[in-house]
Ligand binder design. Structure first.
Ligand code: GLY
Ligand code: MN
Ligand code: MN
Length: 433
């Protein structure tokens, strides 16, 4: 996707206005060596990219607020030799032009230029504490400026976590972001459809993972948004199972938590379905309980409700269902109060979703769950995980179910972005072509 420099410049202008004064410095992610001259796949820093649309490593954005706002980029210089090996680099001048910056400098000049930009500024904002090496470097610049005190130069006296502004702004998505998220959701939906069709007793979890990865790339996604979970049978009760190496057995459920990243935005989908295409009676009962919990939670995603409303709705339905299925005994209110339900449902019902799968943004404001507002994007992902135990009916042993969709809060409710087959009837029909 071509950079839309005006959109990124408008974001930076908003940040500068919110800051009012001082300097913000945001670096992109470093390249991470895997061994010798091989690197892990490169992924830019989400804050940096949200502000710039620029995806080369070794880059820093500096925003100067106040009477004379400035948008400044540091990036790598052109280098014929390196470009033969690694590919195109903009270089400061072309990047300044293409990404709508006022000034651009070579990345190598960061340690000489940055202290100058901090002189006589009241405040410095950066992402504090994420990377020790970066913290040390920032302190070095501050000390350089302090060293000029006798010449009448003042160093910033306030250090501010840039997340204060950036997280809040990233939390509410604009139209451009929602369009990218719809596409990530669409590609991921297609991948789940393909995976359901590919499952069969005797196949392997990794064969299903291969279907997912293939569909992501064929759809134009850069990468999976997170490591794919393809968990059959008892593995579905391991929340972060990623070995994906077990044979699929007749009669097992298969839980797939996998989704793509497109245009730097993540989807996050889970579906659970029978390997042989038909739910057993116990699997169906457990599945429809999670489905009902998800429907109640999605219904609770609307302006006027707060962050925890969907979770509270899901927990109530699930706890009642645990009693009805004979997994728990007692009064629903008491079982919720005492957290007894967490034996079978031990995670929360969702998280913010965006450039990061667990996206930026506070969940509480001033000690209270924050209200939902249009443009927020989140997952709704109730589950039920039943490990074998003497006090659990045997028909439910090793059943692990999660159903996860992505939703965007709208003015009147929410838009569900993801749509692989979900009801028992839809899944069984899709798996029996
Ligand atoms: N796939 C990560 C999550 O569901 O939170
Ligand atoms: Mn999730
Ligand atoms: Mn997930």
């Amino acid at each position: 996707m071509q950079p839309d420099s005006a959109l990124y410049r408008a974001r930076r202008r908003r940040v500068i206005e919110e800051m009012g004064e001082g300097v913000m410095v945001i670096a992109t992610a470093p390249e991470v060596p895997r061994n010798r001259d091989t690197h892990y796949p490169y992924r830019h820093d989400s804050y940096f990219y949200w502000l710039t649309g620029f995806n080369e490593p070794e880059a820093v954005v500096v925003l100067v607020a106040g009477k004379e706002p400035r948008h400044i980029l540091f990036c790598r210089e052109r280098n014929e030799e390196r470009e033969i090996w690694d590919g195109f680099r903009y270089g400061p001048e072309a990047a300044r032009e293409a990404f709508a910056f006022d000034e651009a400098f070579a990345f190598d000049t960061l340690d000489t230029e940055l202290p100058k930009l901090l002189e006589n500024q009241p405040a410095l904002a950066y992402v504090i504490g994420r990377e020790m090496a970066w913290d040390t470097r920032v302190m070095g610049w501050l000390n350089t400026v302090r060293g000029k005190a006798r010449g009448g130069v003042q160093a910033p006296t306030r250090l501010v976590d840039a997340r204060v502004w950036l997280d809040e702004m990233r939390l509410v998505k604009d139209g451009h972001e929602l369009a990218l998220m719809r596409r990530a959701a669409e590609i991921s939906t297609g991948a789940h459809r393909a995976a359901m069709r590919a499952a069969r007793p005797g196949g392997y979890e990794y064969e299903i993972e291969a279907e997912l990865l293939s569909a992501f790339r064929r759809g134009g996604a850069e990468a999976p948004a997170y490591t794919s979970i393809v968990a059959s049978g008892a593995n579905a009760c391991v929340l972060h199972y990623v070995f994906n190496n077990r044979p699929l057995a007749d009669g097992d459920l298969l839980l797939i938590d996998a989704a793509a990243e497109f245009g730097s935005y993540a989807a996050d989908i889970t579906r659970t379905f029978p390997v042989n295409g038909r739910f057993s009676p116990a699997q169906k009962d457990a599945y429809e309980l999670v489905l009902a919990a998800q429907a109640a939670a999605i219904d609770a995603v609307r302006p006027g409700n707060h962050w925890n409303s969907p979770h509270e709705a899901a927990v109530r339905v699930l706890t009642q269902g645990m009693v009805d299925l004979g997994l728990l005994a007692g009064e629903v209110d008491g079982l919720i109060e005492s957290n007894a339900y967490t034996r079978f449902y031990m995670h929360r019902t969702g998280h913010w979703l965006g450039m990061d799968v667990h996206d930026a943004g506070e969940y509480k404001l001033h000690g209270e769950w924050r209200p939902l507002v249009a443009g927020m994007t989140l997952t709704v992902e109730p589950g039920l995980y039943i490990r074998p135990a003497d006090d659990v009916p045997e028909a439910f042993w090793n059943i692990g179910i999660r159903i996860e969709d992505d939703v965007a809060v709208t003015e009147s409710g929410c838009e569900v972005l993801t749509s692989p087959p979900k009801t028992v009837a839809e899944i069984e029909a899709w798996m029996t072509p």
